[in-house]
Design a protein around this ligand. Structure first.
Ligand code: MG
Length: 118
């Protein structure tokens, strides 16, 4: 599904402003934010935990709740990167480039094996 056009630095600024307006810097330690990300992932997992191999895994009546939980994870991940000094756009680009080297298309197309497996 295509995303609406957006800019990650703009998103980072919006998330930081939201927290700053509420004086939440004091609560946004790296540790607290990491646990918050994991908690929100758990909330997302709760929605699909009994779906097994059923497709779509997210029932129609849970689509909004699913989107909300993914947004919670994303917002907190952006905040976590910001508070821990990670340029998430740069980290993404670097990691995708590393993954492309580890998993060349001609060797891994259609394969789910790990890069160091024969
Ligand atoms: Mg949530």
């Amino acid at each position: 599904m295509p995303f609406s056009p957006s800019d990650l630095e703009d998103i980072r600024r919006q998330v930081a402003a939201f927290a700053n307006e509420r004086d939440w810097e004091q609560f946004h330690s790296v540790r607290n934010l990491l646990f918050a990300v994991m908690s929100e992932l758990g909330e997302a997992a709760e929605i699909v935990r009994w779906s097994g191999d059923r497709e779509p895994a997210v029932p129609e009546d849970k689509r909004q709740a699913w989107a909300d939980e993914l947004a919670d994870v994303f917002i907190l991940l952006v905040r976590l990167a910001d508070r821990s000094g990670v340029d998430l756009s740069a980290a993404f680009a670097a990691k995708l480039a590393k993954a492309a080297k580890k998993y060349p298309v001609d060797q891994f197309k259609g394969s789910n094996r790990k890069y160091d497996e024969a």
